[in-house]
Design a protein around this ligand. Structure first.
Ligand code: AHG
Ligand code: MN
Ligand code: MN
Length: 327
């Protein structure tokens, strides 16, 4: 029988090796509990009638699925129990959620259920999170941090049971769920250098809505790589981390229906783009926005701010970044 190291054991050693406190473990324990709970609700969701719409629209103007609400509630419950979180930003809450203003140590930014369009089908979704630390040396001035200030960022792919998490300057790691619902077997993830396995991932029906330079880049490059698109950033990016290549959600600037234009991009900076950009950097990759600016350098002005996103293997992202900067 082969038994594997658990995530919690890995993390304990990680914290000790870097002379860090155990506060982060208390937070991660809550995040893991939340993910397992969401996973269970998702697996049993069809039977309980939880895979439909909630009948309301969120702050983003998008239809809320019942599971979006359930996942949000579960995460907030577990975060509250830690006493370690100052404030939380969730895709499903218009306002920033105050939790433990006095004793809290971390800020957390999360997308409780990513890939809502897969929910009705029971197909893969995700839970994405980024974590920043309170300024312990003085008064806290600002809680909206750029991705480069995150101390960790990660995602669960649900219901397949993988956790991928990156720690600042300590790499990106993947864990799988075992028979006892423990995340186990740390494997360090590095983007493959050689283009043989690289994939491109974007919503192909949007291609003629991109700015001209991006359309031209697609035309010139698409045949070199395999194309994959699941419609859930967590799942699509999961593939890119293993196979290399690039996921992109460019700005939509040429749409006949003005309501469908997204000049700022679609994805949310704090709990989608910065989370995957952080994981990608720690795996040797890169991420930029529509101006070729590194995603991790963008200072958020609003907690629900959107951005265009190009994320993946460095040579590909740098190539498109040069073109974006010139445009
Ligand atoms: P969410 O379900 O959290 O709103 O996010 C959906 C996002 C992201 O997961 C995915 O990459 C993208 O929207 C898909 O958008 P399209 O349906 O426009 O391709
Ligand atoms: Mn999302
Ligand atoms: Mn979501």
């Amino acid at each position: 029988m082969e038994l594997e190291q658990t995530f919690m054991n890995f993390l304990l050693h990680h914290q000790e090796r870097h002379n860090r406190t155990y506060h982060f473990l208390i937070l991660m324990d809550a995040i893991i509990s939340a993910a397992k709970h969401i996973e269970h609700s998702y697996i049993t969701g069809a039977l309980k009638g939880n895979l439909g719409q909630a009948g309301k629209v969120n702050v983003q103007g998008e239809d809320v699925m019942h599971m979006d609400d359930i996942a949000h509630e579960i995460i907030i419950h577990y975060l509250r129990t830690t006493g370690r979180v100052i404030r939380a930003v969730s895709e499903e809450s218009k306002d920033i959620i105050p939790l433990d203003e006095e004793g809290g140590r971390y800020f957390i930014y999360f997308d409780p259920l990513d890939g809502s369009s897969n929910v009705a089908h029971g197909l893969p979704v995700g839970f994405l999170f980024g974590i920043a630390k309170r300024n312990l040396d003085g008064p806290e001035d600002f809680h909206l941090r750029p991705g480069k200030d995150y101390i960790a960022a990660g995602m669960f792919v649900i219901p397949t049971g993988t956790l991928t998490i990156a720690f600042r300057e300590a790499g990106t790691w993947r864990f799988h769920i075992d028979e006892t619902m423990n995340y186990v077997k740390p494997v360090r993830i590095t983007l493959p250098d050689t283009p043989d396995t690289w994939e491109l991932s974007f919503n192909a029906t949007n291609r003629y809505t991109y700015r001209k330079e991006v359309q031209e880049w697609v035309r010139q490059n698409e045949r070199r790589y395999t194309f994959r698109y699941l419609g859930a950033l967590a799942g699509d990016f999961h593939r890119i981390l293993t196979r290399g290549g690039m996921f992109m959600y460019p700005a939509i600037v040429n749409h006949p229906d003005p309501k469908k234009l997204r000049p700022e991009g679609k994805l949310r900076l704090m709990y989608e783009a910065s989370v995957v950009a952080f994981m990608c950097r720690e795996a040797g990759g890169h991420a930029v926005d529509e101006h070729g600016t590194p995603i991790l350098d963008i200072e958020p002005k609003d907690h629900h701010q959107r951005t265009a996103l190009y994320v993946g293997s460095k040579p590909l992202v740098e190539d498109i970044a040069n073109l974006l900067k010139g445009g």
